[in-house]
Design a protein around this ligand. Structure first.
Ligand SMILES: Cc1cc2nc3c(=O)[nH]c(=O)nc-3n(C[C@H](O)[C@H](O)[C@H](O)COP(=O)(O)OP(=O)(O)OC[C@H]3O[C@@H](n4cnc5c(N)ncnc54)[C@H](O)[C@@H]3O)c2cc1C
Length: 470
C-alpha cells in the first residue's frame, strides 16, 4: 500500500506530493494530463504570455510620444500562439518541482487519464493503474462553469483561445470577473471588437467600488462596450458569421452578435470524474469539495487542496493549501489554515490589484482614514506616460496599520505586492512613511500615501523624497 496518493499535478498537487515525500511518506502523484496543471498549461502562464503581447502592442504605440518612429504594430496570431507554446514548454522544463519530487522519492505518474475512487482507499485511473492508499489528497482543480441555456454548446471558454487560428473580428465576453476582463482586455488590444456583459451592476464586483468604476471607464475609453445589468440570457443561436446571444432585459428581448462568445461566469470543482460518492466525500452547496480548516474532507483520510475546494482560486493559495493538506495527512491535524494576506490582481490594460479590505468593508469594521493618489500626479507615471489610474490606501486610525490597498494602473500588481508585505508585517503607517523608497518609482506611491496619512494623523515622519511630490 502507498501511504499517500495525490490526485492532480497543478500547484496544489505538486506541493502536497513534495511535502508528503519530504515527511517520509511513500507518495504517488497521479495526473490526468500534463505536469503543472492548469496553472502551467491553460491558465496564468499562457494568459500572461498573451497579456505580454498585448502590452508590447500598446508600448509600441507609445513610441511616437517619445520620438521613436516605427510603423503601426501588426499581430501575427499564429506566431503568438507558437510563442505561447514555447513559453509553456520553457516554464515546464525549468520547473524545479520535478527534480525535487524525484529527490523526495515521489512516484510521478503523468497522463494517466482521470483517476477515480473505487472504494474509500482505492484509486483507479483510465490508464489502468490501481493504487491503494492510507491517505488521499484531492488536488484536481477546477473547470470553467458552463451555462445551461439552449445553444450554450455554441459558446467558448478562455481555453479555446489557444485553438483559434486568427483573432476574431468580434467577441461577446459573458462575465466580467477576473477571467472575463482579461479575455476582454487582451483581445481588445489585438483589434477584436469586444462587448463585455455583466449580470450585476458593476464589473469586477469583488474589487473595491472605485476599482470597478475606474476599470469600466478605462475599458470604455479603450473601445470595449461594457454592459452592466444586461439582463438574463435566454439562449445562443448560430448565425452565418458566428453566434447571437438572446437575452431579456426589463421584459424586452434583445440580441448581441459576434464571431465568438466566450463564457467566463466562474469556476467549478473538477470533481465529476472522481466518483467521490465511493469514498463518501461531500461537496458543499456550490459544488466544491467541502473541507475544514485542516483541509480534511468529510471522509477522515481524504484531504483536498487548491481550486477544488473553491476558496481563493489562485496559485499561491493552492501552494499553501498543498503544504497544509499534506502536513495534516501525514502528521495528523497539526496545521490549520491561517488568515492569509492575499494580493489579487490582473494583467489587464490598465492593470488592477488589491490587498486587504475594500474601503466599504474597512469602514464597516474599523475607524479608517483613506488617502488616494492619482497616476497623473506622480513623477514616475508622468515620466512613463502612464497617467491613468490611482492608488488608494486605507489605514485603521487606532492601530495605525494599513488594512487595505487598491490600485488601478501601470504595475498595479507589483505595487500590491509591496503593500501586502506592509500589511503582513503589521507595519504602522508612519513606519512605512519613514522608509526612503526609491524615487521615482511606482512603489514609491505607497510612501507618499503613508506620509499623507501620517501627517493627517499628526504623526512625525520626518521629510522624505515622496513628500516632495505633493
Ligand atoms: C485564465 C486564467 C488565468 C489565471 N491567472 C492566474 C494568475 O495570474 N495568478 C494566479 O495565481 N492564478 C491564476 N489563475 C488561477 C490558477 O490557475 C489556479 O488557482 C491554480 O491553477 C489552481 O491550482 P490547483 O493545483 O488547485 O489546480 P490545477 O492547476 O487546475 O491542476 C489540477 C490538475 O488536476 C488534474 N486532474 C483533474 N481531475 C483529475 C482526475 N480525476 N484525475 C487525475 N488528474 C486530474 C488536472 O488535469 C490538472 O492537471 C488563473 C486561472 C485562469 C483560468
Amino acid at each position: 500500500m502507498t501511504d499517500v496518493v495525490v490526485i492532480g499535478a497543478g500547484p496544489a498537487g505538486l506541493v502536497a506530493a513534495l511535502r508528503a515525500g519530504d515527511l517520509g511518506a511513500r507518495t504517488t502523484l497521479l495526473t490526468r494530463d500534463e505536469f503543472g496543471g492548469m496553472a502551467a498549461n491553460d491558465g496564468p502562464v499562457p494568459v500572461r504570455t498573451l497579456a505580454h503581447a498585448a502590452r508590447l502592442m500598446r508600448e509600441a504605440r507609445q513610441l511616437g510620444q517619445y520620438g521613436v518612429s516605427v510603423s503601426e504594430p501588426k499581430l501575427d496570431y499564429s506566431r503568438l500562439l507558437a510563442r505561447v507554446r514555447e513559453v509553456v514548454e520553457d516554464v515546464r522544463v525549468h520547473s524545479a518541482f520535478r527534480e525535487q519530487l524525484k529527490q523526495a522519492g515521489v512516484d510521478i505518474r503523468e497522463r494517466v487519464g482521470s483517476a477515480r475512487f473505487v472504494d474509500p482507499n482505492t484509486i483507479e485511473t483510465e490508464s489502468g493503474l490501481r493504487l491503494r492508499a492510507d491517505k488521499i489528497i484531492l488536488c484536481a482543480g477546477g473547470i470553467s462553469r458552463r451555462l445551461s441555456v439552449p445553444g450554450s454548446d455554441l459558446t467558448a471558454t478562455h481555453s479555446d483561445a489557444w485553438t483559434l487560428k486568427a483573432v476574431p473580428r468580434s467577441m461577446l465576453v459573458i462575465g466580467a470577473g477576473a477571467t472575463g476582463v482579461q479575455v476582454a482586455s487582451i483581445f481588445n488590444a489585438f483589434g477584436c471588437h469586444i462587448e463585455l456583459f455583466q449580470a450585476g451592476p458593476r464589473i469586477l464586483n469583488t474589487e473595491d467600488q472605485d476599482v470597478s468604476v475606474a476599470m469600466a471607464a478605462a475599458f470604455r475609453a479603450a473601445g470595449i462596450a461594457v454592459r452592466e445589468n444586461f439582463g438574463a440570457i435566454e439562449c445562443f443561436e448560430r448565425t452565418p458569421n458566428g453566434v447571437r446571444m438572446v437575452f431579456v432585459k426589463d421584459g424586452r428581448r434583445e440580441g448581441a452578435e459576434a464571431e465568438l462568445a466566450v463564457i467566463a461566469v466562474g469556476w467549478i470543482a473538477d470533481a465529476a470524474g472522481l466518483n467521490l460518492a465511493a469514498a463518501g466525500v461531500k461537496l458543499d452547496s456550490k459544488g466544491y469539495v467541502q473541507v475544514d480548516n485542516y483541509l480534511r474532507t468529510s471522509t477522515e483520510h481524504v484531504f483536498a487542496a487548491g481550486d477544488i475546494t473553491g476558496r481563493l482560486m489562485l496559485v499561491p493559495q493552492a501552494i499553501q493549501d498543498g503544504f497544509v493538506a499534506a502536513t495534516n495527512a501525514v502528521q495528523g491535524p497539526t496545521t490549520a489554515l491561517g488568515d492569509q494576506v492575499s494580493p489579487i490582481g490582473s494583467f489587464t490594460d490598465p492593470e488592477y490589484a488589491q490587498v486587504g479590505l475594500t474601503e466599504a468593508k474597512a469602514r464597516d469594521a474599523h475607524d479608517v482614514i483613506v488617502a488616494k493618489i492619482r497616476f497623473d500626479s506622480t513623477t514616475r507615471t508622468i515620466v512613463d506616460g502612464r497617467t491613468i489610474g490611482f492608488c488608494k490606501m486605507i489605514v485603521d486610525r487606532a492601530t495605525r496599520q494599513v488594512v487595505g490597498c487598491h490600485i488601478v494602473g501601470e504595475r498595479a500588481v507589483e505595487i500590491a505586492q509591496v503593500a501586502s508585505i506592509v500589511i503582513a508585517a503589521r507595519m504602522k503607517v508612519d513606519e512605512l512613511a519613514r522608509v526612503p523608497l526609491s524615487f521615482p518609482t511606482y512603489a514609491g506611491m505607497l510612501g507618499r500615501l503613508a506620509a499623507t496619512i501620517s501627517r493627517q494623523l499628526n504623526l512625525a515622519v520626518g521629510w522624505q523624497a515622496n513628500e516632495a511630490e505633493e
